[in-house]
Design a protein around this ligand. Structure first.
Ligand code: URA
Length: 212
C-alpha cells in the first residue's frame, strides 16, 4: 500500500484546522502571543454580563483561523447554545447556501457572532450586552485579519461601525471597518421570513466572490 504524501501544504492545512477547532495552544507553546485559541479560552470563562448565567455553552466562532472572509452574525440561538457552534440551526443552513454561492465552504471562511452567549428566548441583543461583548469580536478580527468582512443583519454592522442604521438602508453598500472592506447583507433568519429578499443576498454573495 502507498504511504500518503505529506507536503508542507498538508501540514499547513492541518495546523489551520487545529487552530479553527481551538486546540492548537494545547499542542504548541505560543508564548505571550495572543491567539484565537487563547482568546476562546478567555471567552469561555467570561461572566461579564447576565447571559453567562443562562447560557449552556459559549459560542465563540469557528472556521479557518486565517480566513480571507469572515461572516459576523448577531447572537447564538437555541441550537447554537446547545452545540456551542455558530449557525447550526435553520439560519445556518441558509448561510451554508450563501457561502456555496461564493464557491466556498464553511471550512474556507470564519463564522462568529457579536454576542458569544444566547439571549434567552432569542430576543435582540441589549445595548449593554453588545458593549461588553464587542471587544471579543474586535479581537477575533484583529487576529484573523480577513480580506473582507460580511456582516449579517443590522446588529453586526451597527456594532462594528458604532452606528445605528437600518439594514434595508445599508445592505449591499460596501464600506470599511478599521481599513478592512465590509459588506453588509441580510441576516439569514430575516431571509427565511422574507424570501422575496433572497435575490439581493445572492447579489451580495456575487460581490463578495469578485472582491475575494
Ligand atoms: N443567528 C445568529 O445571528 N447567529 C447564530 O449563530 C445563529 C443564528
Amino acid at each position: 500500500m502507498n504511504e500518503p504524501t505529506i507536503t508542507p501544504r498538508t501540514v499547513r492545512n492541518f495546523m489551520r484546522a487545529l487552530q479553527g477547532m481551538g486546540v492548537d495552544s494545547y499542542l504548541f507553546d505560543e508564548g505571550d502571543r495572543m491567539t484565537l485559541s487563547k482568546l476562546r479560552k478567555e471567552v469561555r470563562q467570561c461572566r461579564k454580563c447576565p447571559l453567562a448565567a443562562t447560557r449552556r455553552n459559549v459560542v465563540f466562532g469557528e472556521g479557518d483561523a486565517r480566513a480571507r472572509l469572515v461572516f459576523v452574525g448577531e447572537a447564538p440561538g437555541e441550537e447554537e447554545d446547545m452545540q456551542g457552534r455558530p449557525f447550526v440551526g435553520r439560519a445556518g443552513k441558509l448561510l451554508d447556501q450563501l457561502i456555496e454561492r461564493i464557491g466556498l465552504g464553511r471550512g474556507d471562511v470564519y463564522v462568529c457572532n457579536v454576542l458569544k452567549c444566547r439571549p434567552p428566548g432569542n430576543r435582540d441583543p441589549e445595548e449593554q450586552e453588545r458593549e461588553l461583548c464587542k471587544h471579543y469580536l474586535f479581537a477575533q478580527l484583529e487576529l484573523i485579519k480577513p480580506k473582507i468582512i460580511c456582516t449579517l443583519g443590522r446588529h453586526a454592522y451597527n456594532t462594528l461601525l458604532g452606528v445605528d442604521e437600518r439594514i434595508t438602508r445599508i445592505r449591499g453598500v460596501l464600506t470599511t471597518y478599521r481599513g478592512t472592506p465590509l459588506l453588509p447583507t441580510y441576516h439569514p433568519s430575516f431571509l427565511l421570513r422574507n424570501q422575496n429578499r433572497v435575490n439581493e443576498a445572492w447579489d451580495d454573495m456575487e460581490k463578495l466572490r469578485q472582491l475575494l
